[in-house]
Design a binder for this molecule. Structure first.
Ligand code: FA5
Length: 341
């Protein structure tokens, strides 16, 4: 049996819990050296047995304490090195995971909805696949009405169609609500238009409708001017001219000075210096009375904003087709704007 100092030195030099356990079993296990020495005490005479027994028990206790202390040291060492190696630096920048974000047109929609929402307009929606009744007939365009040519339409075989504008939502709202009505309706529209810098066969509109007692053209003008200033700032030049839509009387067209060429004329504005962003007007009395809203009592205005055109003017985008090409180099340009919002 080694003496206590040698054993203590041996225990100190052990660096793993497995080795330590091995030594414990070797000394203190059922067949361990110290256990056997203790078992053999009974062959000694009583006096010597007591003396030797005390010595051996002290020896055993000391070794046990030593083994336990070393065990604690090793466990702490293992824990500390684990903590060190697995430490989390909370100041490290996070991995940049590829994240989806809103499309620039969605951001523009959001802004327009905020601006008009501040005037009390409520957002409603309507279907993209429409019937002839909602897209044309209820809007004062019976079959064979020449004004239907203003909207070159995609038809399904069953007679349904892809809505050419968001104006059908006007009719759906008149059918489901009573005046006062104050709604906006965002949504996709489709036309068989030849694609060019400012036309796309699939584009985005936002319809507005306000019906109440005493609504007048000056309310419409005020609303459109408020909208243009809120979106483009007080210095943006706005042009309102009369126009024809069968479902309004009078009808208006609103154009903004082209921001791409500053009004000099370019391919985006078709060399006119202006880009038309919306159509509007006072709701035609026949449209109201067909939906049992009596024009003697109520009047209203409506507008249909081209959201793609608004986005083009806000961010100087020369070609409307960029919105639908899904080119990340184009879309990522708006990252900063998206983070702002
Ligand atoms: C209409 O669609 C009417 N429904 C607007 C309206 C509503 C008038 C309520 C009166 C009352 P228009 O066809 O002009 O009108 O289209 C409205 C706006 O949609 C245009 O000013 C333009 O900004 C946008 N727009 C029209 N066609 C396209 C297209 N092919 N590509 C991109 N934007 C388009």
């Amino acid at each position: 049996m080694q003496n206590i100092e040698v054993l203590q030195e041996r225990i100190k030099n052990i660096s793993t819990l497995e080795e330590l356990e091995e030594l414990r079993v070797h000394l203190l296990g059922r067949q361990g050296e110290i256990t056997i020495l203790l078992k053999n005490l009974n062959v000694l005479p009583v006096e010597e047995r007591r003396k030797r027994g005390n010595e051996l028990n002290n020896f055993k206790n000391e070794i046990e304490d030593f083994l336990n202390n070393r065990k604690t040291e090793i466990e702490e060492g293992v824990l500390n090195s684990k903590l060190k190696n697995e430490a989390i630096d909370i100041f490290l920048p996070p991995f940049s995971l590829p994240m989806g974000r809103l499309h620039i047109l969605s951001i523009v929609y959001k802004k327009v909805e905020e601006v008009l929402g501040s005037l009390g307009y409520e957002v409603v929606e309507g279907p993209e696949i429409e019937s002839d009744y909602y897209n044309f007939e209820a809007l004062n365009m019976p079959v064979h009405h020449p004004a239907r040519d203003m909207w070159d339409t995609f038809y399904f075989e069953n007679g349904l169609l892809l809505r050419t504008h968001t104006s059908p939502v006007q009719i759906r709202t008149m059918q489901s609500r009573q005046p006062p009505i104050k709604i906006i309706a965002p949504g996709k529209c489709y036309r068989r238009d030849n694609p060019d810098a400012s036309h796309s066969p699939g584009f985005h509109q936002l319809e507005g409708l306000y019906i109440d007692e005493g609504v007048s053209l000056s309310h419409l003008k005020g609303t459109l001017e408020f909208f243009a200033r809120a979106m483009f700032g007080p210095y943006q030049e706005v042009k309102l001219i009369t126009s024809y839509y069968p479902f309004v009387e009078p009808g208006l067209e609103v154009s903004l000075k082209c921001v791409i060429c500053k009004g000099k004329g370019c391919i985006t504005c078709k060399y006119s210096g202006w880009l038309e962003i919306l159509g509007a007007g006072m709701v035609h009395p026949d449209v109201l009375s067909r939906q049992e809203i009596y024009p003697d009592k109520y009047s209203g205005f409506a507008f249909g904003i081209g959201i793609d055109r608004v986005a083009m003017l806000m961010y100087g985008i020369k070609d409307i087709r960029s919105f639908l090409e899904n080119d990340l180099r184009f879309l990522n340009q708006f990252k900063a704007i998206l983070e702002e919002t």
